[in-house]
Design a protein around this ligand. Sequence first.
Ligand SMILES: Cc1ncc(COP(=O)(O)O)c(C=O)c1O
Length: 397
Amino acid sequence: MKVAGRMANIKPSATFAVKEKARALRAGGADVISFAVGEPDFDTPEHVRQAAIEAIQQGFTRYTAVSGIDELREAIAGELRGNYGLVYEPSDIVVSCGAKHSIYNLAQVLFDPGDEVLIPVPFWVSYPEIVRLADAVPVEVATREEDGFKLRPEALEGAITPKTRALILNSPSNPAGSVYTRRELEALAPILLRHKLVVISDDIYYRILFDDHEWTSVAMLGAELRRQTVIVNGVSKTYAMTGWRIGYLAAVGEIAGAVNRLQSQNTSNPNSIAQKAAVAALTGPQECVGRMVAEYDRRRQHMLTRLAAIPDLSITRPSGAFYMFVNASAYLGRSHQRKTMTGSVELASYLLDEAHLATVPGIAFGDDRCLRFSYALPMAQIDRGLDRLAGALARLG
Ligand SMILES: Cc1ncc(COP(=O)(O)O)c(C=O)c1O
Protein backbone atom coordinates (compact mmCIF):
# COMPACT_ATOMS: atom_id res chain seq x y z
CA MET A 1 0.00 0.00 0.00
CA LYS A 2 1.32 3.45 -0.86
CA VAL A 3 2.14 5.71 2.06
CA ALA A 4 1.39 9.44 1.72
CA GLY A 5 4.19 11.66 0.47
CA ARG A 6 4.22 13.69 3.68
CA MET A 7 5.66 10.66 5.53
CA ALA A 8 8.76 10.53 3.29
CA ASN A 9 10.68 13.06 5.37
CA ILE A 10 9.51 11.97 8.82
CA LYS A 11 12.10 10.16 10.93
CA PRO A 12 11.18 7.82 13.76
CA SER A 13 12.09 9.16 17.21
CA ALA A 14 15.82 8.47 17.72
CA THR A 15 15.37 7.99 21.44
CA PHE A 16 12.82 5.24 20.85
CA ALA A 17 15.21 3.63 18.30
CA VAL A 18 18.01 3.36 20.90
CA LYS A 19 15.56 2.00 23.45
CA GLU A 20 14.50 -0.67 20.96
CA LYS A 21 18.07 -1.77 20.26
CA ALA A 22 18.86 -1.90 23.99
CA ARG A 23 15.67 -3.93 24.57
CA ALA A 24 16.71 -6.42 21.87
CA LEU A 25 20.16 -6.83 23.45
CA ARG A 26 18.55 -7.33 26.87
CA ALA A 27 16.15 -9.90 25.42
CA GLY A 28 19.25 -11.76 24.24
CA GLY A 29 20.52 -11.88 27.82
CA ALA A 30 22.87 -8.86 27.83
CA ASP A 31 23.14 -6.70 30.96
CA VAL A 32 22.56 -3.32 29.31
CA ILE A 33 22.88 -0.12 31.34
CA SER A 34 20.84 2.63 29.78
CA PHE A 35 21.66 6.31 29.97
CA ALA A 36 19.18 6.72 27.10
CA VAL A 37 16.01 6.93 29.17
CA GLY A 38 13.86 10.02 28.73
CA GLU A 39 11.62 9.54 31.74
CA PRO A 40 11.81 9.51 35.53
CA ASP A 41 12.77 6.15 37.05
CA PHE A 42 10.49 6.81 40.04
CA ASP A 43 7.00 5.42 40.49
CA THR A 44 4.02 7.74 40.14
CA PRO A 45 3.29 9.01 43.70
CA GLU A 46 0.89 6.87 45.71
CA HIS A 47 -1.84 9.53 46.15
CA VAL A 48 -1.94 10.06 42.38
CA ARG A 49 -2.37 6.35 41.72
CA GLN A 50 -5.11 6.23 44.36
CA ALA A 51 -6.99 9.04 42.61
CA ALA A 52 -7.01 6.99 39.40
CA ILE A 53 -8.25 3.89 41.23
CA GLU A 54 -11.06 5.94 42.77
CA ALA A 55 -11.94 7.38 39.35
CA ILE A 56 -12.34 3.86 37.98
CA GLN A 57 -14.34 2.71 40.98
CA GLN A 58 -16.64 5.70 40.69
CA GLY A 59 -17.22 4.92 37.03
CA PHE A 60 -15.45 8.02 35.72
CA THR A 61 -14.87 6.19 32.49
CA ARG A 62 -16.80 8.09 29.84
CA TYR A 63 -15.95 10.82 27.34
CA THR A 64 -15.20 14.15 28.95
CA ALA A 65 -15.10 17.67 27.52
CA VAL A 66 -12.63 17.66 24.61
CA SER A 67 -10.28 20.19 26.29
CA GLY A 68 -10.31 18.33 29.61
CA ILE A 69 -12.54 18.38 32.69
CA ASP A 70 -13.17 21.75 34.37
CA GLU A 71 -11.57 20.47 37.57
CA LEU A 72 -8.28 19.78 35.77
CA ARG A 73 -8.25 23.02 33.79
CA GLU A 74 -8.93 24.90 37.02
CA ALA A 75 -6.05 23.02 38.68
CA ILE A 76 -3.80 23.98 35.75
CA ALA A 77 -4.95 27.62 35.99
CA GLY A 78 -3.99 27.41 39.69
CA GLU A 79 -0.59 26.00 38.76
CA LEU A 80 0.01 28.84 36.29
CA ARG A 81 -1.06 31.40 38.89
CA GLY A 82 1.16 29.86 41.57
CA ASN A 83 4.28 29.01 39.60
CA TYR A 84 4.20 31.58 36.78
CA GLY A 85 2.27 34.36 38.52
CA LEU A 86 -0.03 34.51 35.47
CA VAL A 87 -3.80 34.44 35.23
CA TYR A 88 -5.27 32.14 32.58
CA GLU A 89 -8.93 31.24 32.38
CA PRO A 90 -9.81 27.53 32.10
CA SER A 91 -11.04 28.42 28.57
CA ASP A 92 -7.45 29.42 27.64
CA ILE A 93 -6.27 25.88 28.47
CA VAL A 94 -6.47 22.66 26.45
CA VAL A 95 -5.45 19.34 27.98
CA SER A 96 -4.07 16.80 25.51
CA CYS A 97 -2.49 13.34 25.46
CA GLY A 98 0.94 14.54 26.64
CA ALA A 99 2.92 17.71 25.97
CA LYS A 100 4.05 16.15 22.70
CA HIS A 101 0.44 16.07 21.57
CA SER A 102 -0.03 19.69 22.67
CA ILE A 103 2.94 20.73 20.52
CA TYR A 104 1.68 18.68 17.58
CA ASN A 105 -1.77 20.30 17.88
CA LEU A 106 -0.20 23.73 18.09
CA ALA A 107 1.86 23.20 14.94
CA GLN A 108 -1.29 22.14 13.10
CA VAL A 109 -3.27 25.22 14.14
CA LEU A 110 -0.46 27.80 13.92
CA PHE A 111 1.55 27.05 10.79
CA ASP A 112 0.80 27.45 7.12
CA PRO A 113 2.87 25.70 4.44
CA GLY A 114 6.28 27.34 4.13
CA ASP A 115 6.20 29.12 7.51
CA GLU A 116 9.63 29.00 9.13
CA VAL A 117 9.96 27.87 12.73
CA LEU A 118 13.18 28.59 14.62
CA ILE A 119 14.57 25.73 16.68
CA PRO A 120 17.74 26.32 18.71
CA VAL A 121 20.29 23.48 18.51
CA PRO A 122 20.50 21.13 20.37
CA PHE A 123 16.74 20.51 20.28
CA TRP A 124 14.29 17.89 21.48
CA VAL A 125 14.12 15.31 18.69
CA SER A 126 10.41 15.72 17.92
CA TYR A 127 10.32 19.47 17.17
CA PRO A 128 11.57 19.37 13.56
CA GLU A 129 9.35 16.43 12.64
CA ILE A 130 6.26 18.01 14.23
CA VAL A 131 6.95 21.21 12.27
CA ARG A 132 7.40 19.23 9.03
CA LEU A 133 4.13 17.38 9.63
CA ALA A 134 2.44 20.80 9.45
CA ASP A 135 4.19 21.46 6.07
CA ALA A 136 6.18 24.20 7.78
CA VAL A 137 9.98 24.50 7.68
CA PRO A 138 12.13 23.82 10.75
CA VAL A 139 15.11 26.22 10.83
CA GLU A 140 17.95 25.15 13.11
CA VAL A 141 19.63 28.02 14.95
CA ALA A 142 23.14 27.45 16.28
CA THR A 143 24.07 27.93 19.92
CA ARG A 144 27.53 27.63 21.49
CA GLU A 145 28.72 25.12 24.02
CA GLU A 146 30.43 27.93 25.95
CA ASP A 147 27.02 29.68 26.27
CA GLY A 148 25.59 26.55 27.86
CA PHE A 149 23.90 25.71 24.53
CA LYS A 150 21.57 28.70 24.93
CA LEU A 151 20.31 30.97 22.17
CA ARG A 152 22.00 34.36 21.91
CA PRO A 153 20.12 37.43 20.65
CA GLU A 154 22.46 37.82 17.63
CA ALA A 155 21.82 34.24 16.54
CA LEU A 156 18.06 34.72 16.90
CA GLU A 157 18.08 37.97 14.94
CA GLY A 158 20.29 36.46 12.24
CA ALA A 159 17.92 33.54 11.64
CA ILE A 160 14.78 35.63 11.13
CA THR A 161 13.41 36.03 7.59
CA PRO A 162 10.08 37.43 6.37
CA LYS A 163 8.75 33.86 6.57
CA THR A 164 9.66 33.30 10.23
CA ARG A 165 6.56 32.62 12.28
CA ALA A 166 7.68 31.12 15.58
CA LEU A 167 10.45 30.14 17.96
CA ILE A 168 10.39 26.98 20.06
CA LEU A 169 12.09 27.59 23.38
CA ASN A 170 12.69 24.76 25.84
CA SER A 171 13.98 25.54 29.33
CA PRO A 172 15.13 23.48 31.20
CA SER A 173 16.15 21.80 28.00
CA ASN A 174 16.32 18.33 26.67
CA PRO A 175 19.13 17.37 25.86
CA ALA A 176 21.48 19.83 27.62
CA GLY A 177 19.62 20.70 30.83
CA SER A 178 20.14 24.37 29.91
CA VAL A 179 18.07 26.87 31.89
CA TYR A 180 17.52 30.43 30.65
CA THR A 181 17.80 33.12 33.29
CA ARG A 182 15.37 36.02 33.32
CA ARG A 183 18.15 38.28 32.03
CA GLU A 184 18.87 35.94 29.10
CA LEU A 185 15.20 35.86 28.17
CA GLU A 186 14.96 39.64 28.50
CA ALA A 187 17.77 39.94 25.96
CA LEU A 188 15.70 37.92 23.46
CA ALA A 189 12.44 39.76 24.22
CA PRO A 190 12.83 42.92 22.05
CA ILE A 191 13.61 40.78 19.00
CA LEU A 192 10.62 38.50 19.61
CA LEU A 193 8.38 41.56 19.98
CA ARG A 194 9.78 43.47 17.00
CA HIS A 195 9.27 40.50 14.68
CA LYS A 196 6.00 39.42 16.34
CA LEU A 197 7.22 35.85 16.65
CA VAL A 198 5.02 33.30 18.35
CA VAL A 199 6.95 31.63 21.15
CA ILE A 200 6.17 28.02 21.95
CA SER A 201 7.52 27.76 25.48
CA ASP A 202 8.02 24.08 26.23
CA ASP A 203 8.25 24.09 30.01
CA ILE A 204 7.84 20.37 30.62
CA TYR A 205 10.92 20.21 32.95
CA TYR A 206 10.17 23.48 34.79
CA ARG A 207 10.03 21.98 38.28
CA ILE A 208 13.33 20.11 37.86
CA LEU A 209 15.75 22.96 38.59
CA PHE A 210 19.06 22.95 40.47
CA ASP A 211 21.49 25.44 42.02
CA ASP A 212 18.71 27.77 43.23
CA HIS A 213 17.71 28.63 39.66
CA GLU A 214 14.49 30.62 39.62
CA TRP A 215 11.82 29.61 37.19
CA THR A 216 11.22 32.14 34.40
CA SER A 217 9.26 31.73 31.19
CA VAL A 218 9.07 34.18 28.29
CA ALA A 219 5.36 34.47 29.08
CA MET A 220 6.33 36.13 32.38
CA LEU A 221 8.13 39.06 30.72
CA GLY A 222 5.15 41.36 30.26
CA ALA A 223 1.65 41.46 28.82
CA GLU A 224 2.70 41.90 25.19
CA LEU A 225 5.06 38.94 25.15
CA ARG A 226 2.54 36.83 27.01
CA ARG A 227 0.04 37.41 24.18
CA GLN A 228 2.62 35.99 21.72
CA THR A 229 3.52 32.99 23.86
CA VAL A 230 1.92 29.58 24.17
CA ILE A 231 2.88 27.74 27.33
CA VAL A 232 3.23 23.98 26.96
CA ASN A 233 3.57 21.87 30.07
CA GLY A 234 2.31 18.66 31.63
CA VAL A 235 2.60 16.17 34.45
CA SER A 236 4.85 13.57 32.77
CA LYS A 237 8.24 14.59 34.10
CA THR A 238 7.41 16.45 37.33
CA TYR A 239 5.24 13.67 38.77
CA ALA A 240 6.78 10.62 37.07
CA MET A 241 3.63 10.19 34.97
CA THR A 242 4.98 9.63 31.46
CA GLY A 243 2.64 6.73 30.71
CA TRP A 244 -0.51 8.55 31.77
CA ARG A 245 -0.32 10.94 28.80
CA ILE A 246 -1.50 14.25 30.17
CA GLY A 247 -0.06 17.50 28.84
CA TYR A 248 -1.55 20.92 28.25
CA LEU A 249 -1.17 24.27 26.57
CA ALA A 250 -2.24 27.70 27.74
CA ALA A 251 -2.56 30.82 25.62
CA VAL A 252 -4.68 33.95 25.63
CA GLY A 253 -6.70 34.59 22.45
CA GLU A 254 -8.03 32.18 19.83
CA ILE A 255 -5.43 29.41 20.10
CA ALA A 256 -7.20 27.27 22.71
CA GLY A 257 -10.43 27.38 20.71
CA ALA A 258 -8.67 26.30 17.51
CA VAL A 259 -6.82 23.47 19.29
CA ASN A 260 -10.10 22.34 20.85
CA ARG A 261 -11.69 22.13 17.38
CA LEU A 262 -8.72 20.17 16.02
CA GLN A 263 -8.64 17.81 18.99
CA SER A 264 -12.39 17.23 18.74
CA GLN A 265 -11.73 15.68 15.33
CA ASN A 266 -8.84 13.43 16.33
CA THR A 267 -8.33 12.13 19.87
CA SER A 268 -11.30 13.88 21.57
CA ASN A 269 -10.59 14.17 25.29
CA PRO A 270 -7.45 12.75 26.89
CA ASN A 271 -8.02 9.68 29.09
CA SER A 272 -10.65 10.43 31.74
CA ILE A 273 -8.94 8.45 34.52
CA ALA A 274 -5.55 10.03 33.83
CA GLN A 275 -7.22 13.46 34.04
CA LYS A 276 -8.40 12.70 37.59
CA ALA A 277 -4.88 11.51 38.45
CA ALA A 278 -3.44 14.76 37.06
CA VAL A 279 -5.80 16.78 39.30
CA ALA A 280 -4.43 14.87 42.29
CA ALA A 281 -0.85 15.47 41.12
CA LEU A 282 -1.30 19.23 40.69
CA THR A 283 -3.41 19.90 43.78
CA GLY A 284 -2.09 17.24 46.18
CA PRO A 285 1.04 17.20 48.36
CA GLN A 286 4.15 18.40 46.54
CA GLU A 287 6.89 16.91 48.75
CA CYS A 288 7.25 14.03 46.29
CA VAL A 289 8.52 16.50 43.67
CA GLY A 290 11.15 17.92 46.05
CA ARG A 291 12.35 14.41 46.88
CA MET A 292 12.72 13.43 43.22
CA VAL A 293 14.50 16.67 42.32
CA ALA A 294 16.91 16.24 45.26
CA GLU A 295 17.76 12.76 44.03
CA TYR A 296 18.33 13.97 40.45
CA ASP A 297 20.61 16.64 41.85
CA ARG A 298 22.64 14.08 43.84
CA ARG A 299 23.10 12.01 40.69
CA ARG A 300 23.93 15.09 38.62
CA GLN A 301 26.72 16.08 41.02
CA HIS A 302 28.07 12.55 41.02
CA MET A 303 27.95 12.29 37.22
CA LEU A 304 29.75 15.63 36.90
CA THR A 305 32.55 14.48 39.18
CA ARG A 306 32.97 11.15 37.50
CA LEU A 307 32.72 12.41 33.90
CA ALA A 308 35.31 15.09 34.65
CA ALA A 309 37.76 12.29 35.46
CA ILE A 310 37.38 10.71 32.00
CA PRO A 311 39.95 12.20 29.62
CA ASP A 312 38.94 14.36 26.66
CA LEU A 313 35.23 14.73 27.40
CA SER A 314 33.86 18.27 27.48
CA ILE A 315 31.07 18.63 30.02
CA THR A 316 28.49 21.41 30.25
CA ARG A 317 26.98 21.64 33.71
CA PRO A 318 23.22 21.22 33.43
CA SER A 319 20.97 23.40 35.58
CA GLY A 320 17.74 21.46 35.13
CA ALA A 321 15.94 18.38 33.73
CA PHE A 322 17.83 15.06 34.05
CA TYR A 323 20.15 15.07 31.07
CA MET A 324 23.73 15.92 30.21
CA PHE A 325 24.89 16.69 26.71
CA VAL A 326 28.52 15.62 26.65
CA ASN A 327 30.88 16.72 23.89
CA ALA A 328 32.84 13.57 22.96
CA SER A 329 34.25 14.95 19.71
CA ALA A 330 37.84 14.23 20.86
CA TYR A 331 36.99 10.54 20.41
CA LEU A 332 35.73 10.96 16.86
CA GLY A 333 38.25 9.69 14.34
CA ARG A 334 39.55 7.11 16.83
CA SER A 335 39.08 3.38 16.12
CA HIS A 336 38.52 0.00 17.70
CA GLN A 337 39.14 -3.21 15.77
CA ARG A 338 39.22 -1.25 12.52
CA LYS A 339 35.86 0.42 13.20
CA THR A 340 36.31 4.18 13.13
CA MET A 341 34.14 6.55 15.14
CA THR A 342 33.03 8.85 12.32
CA GLY A 343 30.20 10.50 14.27
CA SER A 344 27.93 10.28 17.29
CA VAL A 345 25.91 7.37 15.83
CA GLU A 346 29.05 5.23 15.42
CA LEU A 347 30.26 6.18 18.91
CA ALA A 348 26.90 5.37 20.52
CA SER A 349 26.72 2.07 18.60
CA TYR A 350 30.25 1.19 19.73
CA LEU A 351 29.33 1.87 23.38
CA LEU A 352 26.16 -0.19 23.08
CA ASP A 353 27.76 -3.14 21.26
CA GLU A 354 31.08 -3.23 23.13
CA ALA A 355 30.12 -2.04 26.62
CA HIS A 356 26.35 -2.64 26.65
CA LEU A 357 25.91 0.99 27.45
CA ALA A 358 23.03 2.91 25.86
CA THR A 359 23.32 6.65 25.16
CA VAL A 360 21.59 8.78 22.52
CA PRO A 361 23.73 10.06 19.63
CA GLY A 362 23.89 13.86 19.60
CA ILE A 363 23.03 14.01 15.90
CA ALA A 364 19.43 13.23 16.87
CA PHE A 365 19.43 16.60 18.68
CA GLY A 366 21.28 18.39 15.88
CA ASP A 367 24.87 18.16 17.23
CA ASP A 368 27.04 15.29 16.01
CA ARG A 369 29.86 16.02 18.48
CA CYS A 370 27.84 14.98 21.50
CA LEU A 371 26.15 12.11 23.30
CA ARG A 372 23.15 12.58 25.56
CA PHE A 373 23.27 10.94 28.98
CA SER A 374 20.15 10.75 31.11
CA TYR A 375 20.62 10.33 34.85
CA ALA A 376 17.12 9.03 35.50
CA LEU A 377 18.56 5.75 36.73
CA PRO A 378 19.70 4.54 40.17
CA MET A 379 23.08 5.66 41.44
CA ALA A 380 24.54 2.13 41.51
CA GLN A 381 23.76 1.75 37.81
CA ILE A 382 25.18 5.17 37.06
CA ASP A 383 28.46 4.08 38.65
CA ARG A 384 28.62 0.79 36.81
CA GLY A 385 27.74 2.55 33.57
CA LEU A 386 30.43 5.17 33.96
CA ASP A 387 33.02 2.45 34.71
CA ARG A 388 32.06 0.87 31.41
CA LEU A 389 32.16 4.21 29.61
CA ALA A 390 35.67 4.99 30.88
CA GLY A 391 36.89 1.51 29.87
CA ALA A 392 35.32 1.57 26.41
CA LEU A 393 36.58 5.07 25.60
CA ALA A 394 40.09 4.12 26.77
CA ARG A 395 40.07 1.23 24.30
CA LEU A 396 39.61 3.60 21.35
CA GLY A 397 42.95 4.24 19.74
C1 LIG B 1 11.45 18.78 25.76
C2 LIG B 1 10.31 17.83 25.81
N1 LIG B 1 9.08 18.28 25.50
C3 LIG B 1 8.02 17.48 25.53
C4 LIG B 1 8.14 16.15 25.88
C5 LIG B 1 6.91 15.27 25.84
O1 LIG B 1 6.32 15.12 27.07
P1 LIG B 1 4.97 14.27 27.22
O2 LIG B 1 5.36 12.97 27.84
O3 LIG B 1 4.12 15.09 28.14
O4 LIG B 1 4.37 14.12 25.88
C6 LIG B 1 9.40 15.63 26.19
C7 LIG B 1 9.55 14.19 26.51
O5 LIG B 1 10.59 13.61 26.39
C8 LIG B 1 10.51 16.50 26.18
O6 LIG B 1 11.74 16.06 26.48
